[in-house]
Design a protein around this ligand. Structure first.
Ligand SMILES: Cc1ncc(COP(=O)(O)O)c(C=O)c1O
Length: 444
């Protein structure tokens, strides 16, 4: 097991997260269970915030990309840590506002924001909307006009840097549902379009080149392209870049194929961005813009694990050994979606040698319902507690009720103490919105 700050093996040979014994957590809260270490989340938020403060005179803001894990408690932590957030739907906005998150530090994204979502954002007075299409610029302008307001916006631009985990490629054409492309001229025409609107104020640009990226150079190239573009827009339209949002995407450790970066190590990504912004802005004679970064996965990903109980074990000689757990794609659809890789650990025997190659399967009625394929474990037995590591991002937020399974609860561990931050669902919750039309009601 990769020794990580938030995890350790205690004297009983059990896995601990944030000072809490995972076997105790499983017996107190049941499984499947999402567990988050608050200290790790706070530390990551601080590393980003302090780097912007120290290296960029605080002329910027960290936005937690809350699509990674959205619930009221995580918004409270972000607020206490003095950072902003981004939201991508009315639902995330509602959740943040309900948690008392300050509206002016909320940025809204999305490639197809609905009229009512834009209305809700304007009514709440959120800081900024990132427009992704001409029709959105129109809608924001119209909704702002109705309310007698002027709304700050950024344009999402697509710099044509396609980043992969360990490499990047620059593309001349851009095939993405997100943003206005630099290559095909739509970023320029959208700039001119937005500058002509009365009720929007174009403050700058946003770009997000991808996720789970380790290669700093990918981010640097994107920065250079954005600032080159801003300089061109200054020349052509007199547009002054005030804000530059560089998105998120910093990679995390899922398995030993990934780099393991300590929380402090993520400062290097922000430093690389800052250096590139300073150098390019100086070269182009632009003032330094207010800088935004939007990490999501790196803030909560390694802070979270999922605990399961091992159930049926199916050994197909010379083929595969399946270890089935009481969760599955309904709490973690990422293998089914992208063949994502994870590291499992037997939480009750975390000090034992791995002796077998197994596949962790879920309980859904779907052959592709797998959590981790061909991974090493000690010989697992029914009743063992299995922890899957680095599940804090894009697991709970992507959970669903497939097969009418109940979405597991989330608990937050703080100095060894655990509390619910999302309560367990019941069968009643899963049935809450069902309606039987009168004509289908059972009569006898
Ligand atoms: C616009 C935008 N910003 C930020 C993020 C967060 O990325 P990550 O969680 O990889 O840091 C995403 C993720 O998809 C995104 O689309």
């Amino acid at each position: 097991m990769n020794e990580r700050e938030t995890l350790k093996i205690n004297e009983k040979g059990h896995l601990e997260i944030g000072g809490a014994d995972c076997v105790d957590l499983a017996s107190k809260f049941g499984t499947p269970l999402y567990v988050f270490d608050e200290a790790y989340i706070r530390k990551m938020m601080r590393v980003y915030r302090e780097t912007l403060a120290k290296k960029y005179d605080g002329n910027g803001l960290v936005l937690y990309a809350s699509k990674a894990f959205s619930c009221q408690a995580v918004y409270r932590i972000a607020d206490e840590e003095n950072i902003g957030i981004d939201v991508v739907s009315g639902g995330e906005l509602y959740t943040a506002l309900k948690a008392g998150f300050p509206a002016e530090k909320i940025y809204m994204h999305g490639n197809n924001k609905l009229d009512y979502e834009i209305g809700e954002a304007l009514d709440a007075g959120i800081g900024c909307i990132v427009a992704d299409a001409y029709s959105e610029i129109d809608k924001i302008d119209a909704e702002a006009a109705k309310r007698g307001k002027t709304q700050k916006i950024l344009l999402r631009i697509n710099p044509g840097v396609e980043a992969h985990t360990h490499a990047f490629v620059q593309t001349a054409t851009t095939d993405s549902k997100f943003g206005f492309s630099l290559a095909d001229g739509t970023a320029e025409s959208a700039t001119a379009y937005a500058l002509n609107k009365k009720h929007v104020r174009l403050e700058g640009y946003h770009c997000h080149i991808g996720s789970q990226i380790f290669e700093k150079q990918s981010f640097v190239i994107a920065v250079e392209k954005c600032i080159d573009f801003a300089a061109e827009m200054k020349q052509k339209y007199g547009f002054l870049l005030q804000t530059l949002n560089l998105g998120g995407g910093y990679g995390i450790w899922y398995t030993d194929e990934d780099k393991k970066i300590a929380p402090e190590g993520y400062a290097e990504y922000v430093e690389a961005l800052i250096e590139a912004v300073k150098a390019k802005a100086a070269e182009k004679g632009l003032s330094l813009p207010f800088l935004l970064i939007e990490p999501g996965r790196s803030i909560v990903g390694e802070a979270g694990i999922t605990l399961y109980t091992v159930g049926a074990i199916k050994d197909i000689p010379a083929v595969k050994k399946y270890i089935a757990v009481d969760g599955g794609m309904f709490d973690n659809p990422r293998y089914a979606l992208y063949q994502s890789k994870y590291t499992p650990v037997l939480a009750n025997r975390a000090d034992e040698e791995c002796t077998e190659i197994v596949t962790i399967a879920g309980k859904c009625c779907e052959s592709g319902d797998l959590i981790a394929v061909n991974v090493s474990l000690p010989k697992a037995e029914t009743g063992d507690i299995l922890a899957v590591l680095s599940t804090g991002a894009y697991n709970y937020s992507m959970a669903m009720n497939y097969n009418r399974n109940m979405i597991p609860p989330c608990i937050l561990v703080n100095a060894g103490k655990a509390e619910y931050i999302v309560k367990p669902q019941s069968y009643e919750d899963v049935n809450r919105n069902d309606v039987i039309p009168e004509r289908l009601k059972k009569t006898k």
